[in-house]
Write a protein of this length. Sequence first.
Length: 502
Amino acid sequence: MSFPRSSGILLHPTSFPSRFGIGDLGDEAYRFIDFLKDSYQQYWQILPLGPTGFGNSPYMCYSALAGNPLLISPEKLRDRDLLADDDFTNLPEFPLDNVNYEQVESTKIPLLKKACSNFKANITKEQQQAFEKFSHSKAYWLDDYTLFMALKDSTDGASWNSWDEQIAKRKPKAIEKAKQELEDRVFYHKFLQFEFYNQWSELRKYANECGVQIVGDIPIYVAHDSADVWGNPDIFCLDKETGEAALMAGVPPDYFSATGQLWGNPVYDWKQLEKQKFKWWVQRFEAMLDYVDIIRIDHFRGFEAYWAVPLGEETAVNGEWIKAPGDKLFETIKKQLGTLPVLAEDLGTITPDVEALRDKFDFPGMKVLQFAFGGDASNPYLPFKIEDHNCVIYTGTHDNDTTVGWYENATDDEKRNLCFYLGSISPDGVHWDMIRLALASVANVAIFPLQDILGLGSNARMNIPSKGEGNWEWRYRHEAMNSELSQRMKNFVEFFGRSPIS
């Protein structure tokens, strides 16, 4: 699918300002949409929206399809008479620049439980019908997810493969008994998903009315400790006795890591998925379109061939490449859902076969300017090397340092090459140089992390991939978004032919 010449901003909702310590789907989210509209940005790119586990990574969620309850706005619940202003008295003093997840959970979870109790006690006929309609339409993932979360609550968060064997292996009688015993907990988690879906749908509708489309991620892999794996064990490579990942996902050793990256997610049993006509994947893509307008496939190369590491290995060294039926998968999705608006994250070591798969389905790939200035004129990320206009160019991604931080830590060669390419670094800062360079490129779409537009340093970085804790915490302050910044972006967009107004 070809995209028009345009631009957008990358920002996860947790980064919004909020008096509850974490960004949510309340007023600041709408204010951000207004900023996008005023600055002529046509895309808002987000990270996965799911409920996060240990480490708070949106790429390791308890469900690929559920929403993170911490993103629910308590003020929106108050507006629906599920909470009152008195419930917000004595809120703790939260950090302004980052999320303290433990503090947020201890504050927001009691509010969400109280809202659920009020909903249950005072539900109207209209609300009951809406709740039942939602529950029925999402049952194919919602039933497993809500029971999974109820079981985790009742086992102090233990991983599903350590539960009672009858439950872990989903024996029908044990499942029915658990549903009855945990009915109230199941209802609570279903209520959270109902409220998340409603709040997100309203925000997305507002964004679309403002001419903004939402770009959302599908990570290729799901967390082992998730409703997806517990509910569909047959489509993953699991040890039949322990339930652990028999083959783990990762990437092999390369220039950046002598031992590769061992992610630990179970890889797919693609033969079983193919027998099922890829039903799980088709449903996943279809469900994603309930949340977003454009889907970015993370680690796209894994659909052509994936690195699989046996259980017991502590690094990714002793893995092997195994072919994946990406061609058949995307043909099936296309037949059942039509041509989808998809972007392919094709970074890293990409083979001709991966490029052929990407190009066959006309999926735009990615270019990252922070990768462009190491090496020589053969570097594929240099703007003049872009041959296919139908791609997305970034200053950096959520895994990169901010542009200011990158430049401060760049090698002498990188700094010299960038300066030679630009002529000089402008007084406005290297972040504006890189933004200008991306906007001036032939790439159809240019997207920037908000940190780069704000000119922030490494302390505003969203994620350091090799770091297990302390990621996904950055937040901006209310006063950071202003009309001067909006006008500057609008001027850039108009000059470089990326305005939504022709």
